[in-house]
Design a protein around this ligand. Structure first.
Ligand code: GCB
Length: 587
């Protein structure tokens, strides 16, 4: 069963605020001394005065802010990876004629939730929402919530052990109590029909409906008022309509309302089409160049997880200032505000799951986990006009097992959402050839995964990891796929304020040189239809220890971790002032 669609538009009680916590690296509160799950664990919220053998006490323990990563709130948690318990009393909740659900925007990585000592939900995956119904567990007063979050990295996790980002732990997104009538609209999809753009179509799922009952869909500004007869599960609808198209320049949205019995849910939905035609990406039938930037889910001016609407606006406003119409949300699903604010501001998005580098491609459990994270992401955001690309992977090594695994994810994405494009960031195959006594560097896009994608992504660090600055020009790029390519990463590292010659590594000047050479080279690649350089801001990562330069930050940001712009920022902004659909002498 899918999560409740558009929960913020419902009657909600925010549980954000100060929650008590206990650090528990040995899982003393969860396991017995012999390793079984303990029925008398911390979820019961006892104190030494309730039970003679209790050695913990939530109400006397310190507090953390929810939402928030734990690493940046308390010095002793900066490097912590493991189990941490959260506790808070629940406010008084009016329950007459209402159902109550608890909804977590995300908790990294594995979470178990109890209300009044009863388990409500277990969830795996650090970046997608989950919820559970607590209607029958609530008492008139004195309710409490206990959550165990474990952010240990796992060989069989998604992502697995190795990532170039900070493993921010904890309840990193909003926690809401969502209240609904007994019968309510659980989920809906309402989009321009990908097969026939003269139709708006989709489906609705009503929780508690009797087959044959009806729901109503209305879009007043389009004079639509339709009665949908409900069946079991998803009930389809389709109707003639010609809405103004949503575009980055004019992100028009319509108020779409579903009603059933006492329940009404209202959304703001933009209508647009997205397709490919050979090497072109067509937005509403017109060829578009994606002027983009990549972003982690870190606040623009602070080194912590982003989690609010204000954080989303800050990131997108900086992207807009650069001249972007596109942002690649790396390397996992970002919070709800990102897609909602992008809808409002007219930013096109690449959204992805954390299938990154070395995943256990052989395991069915790992595939199921990845598929579940993909499903939760798509179900959350498939009404967002901003989202045009679902990405199933980043930089994964070519093998039969990996391609079979990723093909399953492509299929899942297409099944759940036939209206959007599927992509992945891949590697290219480098070669050197001799021509008239000269060495030419060639790069070929021939990863077999590309055959299943609508749009190819390629991450390449010419001028940084694998070739020198002077080797960028003259590179030749080949693809026989007849598909558009987004150069999904390129860049160079430089701490803000470190200056030097244009050829001196780790300076802002060198970073600018790499941008100049790369941007010029890419103008000569026929099938490039988008760029999302790495990355909007410097971000925390344990993989970058170089003292005085990195200090555990990846320094490829166009702005520092405090939001100060570097020289390459202007270079990209100038480039984005050009019409990039006009290619230079394309090969
Ligand atoms: C990549 C990865 C990204 C890294 C980046 C880098 O290819 O996709 O996660 O942070 O390179 O800076 O090396």
């Amino acid at each position: 069963m899918s999560n409740i669609q558009n929960p913020y538009a419902r009657e909600t009680i925010s549980l954000n605020g100060d929650w008590h916590y206990i650090i528990d690296p040995y899982e003393t509160g969860f396991l017995t001394m012999f390793g079984a799950e303990n029925t008398r664990g911390y979820h019961l919220n006892q104190t030494p005065s309730d039970h003679w053998a209790s050695e913990y006490n939530f109400p006397d323990s310190p507090t953390l802010k929810v939402p928030g990563d734990w690493n940046t709130q308390v010095p002793e948690l900066k490097w912590y990876e493991g189990t941490l318990w959260y506790y808070r009393p629940l406010p008084k909740i009016e329950t007459t004629h209402k159902r109550t659900f608890i909804r977590f925007g995300a908790a990294n990585y594995a979470a178990v939730v109890w209300v009044n000592g009863e388990e409500v939900v277990r969830h795996t995956g650090g970046f997608t929402p989950f919820e559970g119904e607590i209607t029958d567990l609530l008492k008139p007063d004195g309710n409490f919530l206990v959550v165990k979050v474990d952010d240990q990295r796992l060989k069989n996790g998604v992502p697995a052990l190795n990532t170039d980002w900070w493993n921010y732990g904890g309840i990193t997104r909003d926690v809401l109590l969502v209240q609904t009538p007994t019968t309510f609209v659980r989920d809906y999809v309402c989009q321009l029909d990908p097969e026939n753009n003269d139709l708006i179509s989709g489906h609705v799922t009503v929780d508690g409906a009797v087959p044959g009952q009806t729901a109503t869909l209305s879009i007043k500004e389009l004079a639509i008022e339709a009665v949908i007869t409900l069946g079991v599960g998803e009930s389809k609808f389709s109707m003639q309509a010609s809405p103004d198209r949503w575009t980055p320049d004019s992100p028009r949205r319509y108020t779409v309302e579903f009603r059933v019995e006492a329940d009404t849910i209202s959304d703001q939905i933009g209508f647009r089409s997205i397709k490919t035609d050979g090497e072109n990406i067509l937005l509403n039938g017109e060829s578009i160049f994606l002027k983009g930037i990549s972003s982690h889910e870190e606040a623009l001016t602070e080194a912590r997880r982003a989690n609010s609407e204000a954080d989303a606006r800050a990131i997108f406003n900086e992207a807009k200032a650069l001249g972007c119409n596109f942002v690649r949300l790396a390397h996992y699903t970002h919070n709800d505000f990102m897609t909602r604010v992008a809808d409002e501001l007219g930013i096109l998005l690449w959204c992805k799951v954390p299938v990154y580098w070395g995943i256990n491609w052989e395991s069915t459990d790992v595939l199921n986990n990845a598929r579940n994270q993909l499903t939760e992401m798509i179900e959350r955001d498939r009404n967002c006009a901003s989202v045009i690309l679902w990405s199933v992977a980043n930089e994964t090594p070519v093998s039969e097992a990996r391609t079979a695994f990723l093909s399953e994810l492509v299929r899942t994405a297409k099944d759940l959402d036939p209206s959007r494009l599927v992509t992945a960031a891949m590697f290219m195959r480098p070669e050197k050839i001799e021509e008239n006594g000269e060495t030419i560097r060639t790069y070929t896009l021939d990863d077999p995964l590309a055959e299943q994608l609508d749009v190819m992504g390629c991450n390449q660090y010419l001028g940084w990891y694998y070739t020198k600055l002077e080797d960028i020009q003259g590179s030749r790029w080949y693809s026989a796929m007849n598909k558009p390519l987004i150069m999904s990463e390129f860049g160079a590292g430089a701490p803000k304020g470190r200056r030097g010659a244009p050829t001196e590594r780790w300076t802002e000047d060198y970073q600018r040189s790499v941008y100049e050479e790369q941007l010029a080279m890419m103008q000569g690649i026929r099938f490039v239809r988008g760029l999302s350089p790495w990355i909007i801001k410097d971000f925390r990562t344990p993989k970058r220890p170089l003292p005085g330069i990195q200090d555990y930050f990846n320094r490829k940001g166009l702005v520092s971790e405090k939001g100060e712009r570097k020289l390459a920022w202007e270079t990209l902004a100038d480039h984005y002032k050009k019409d990039l659909l006009t290619r230079d002498d394309p090969s």
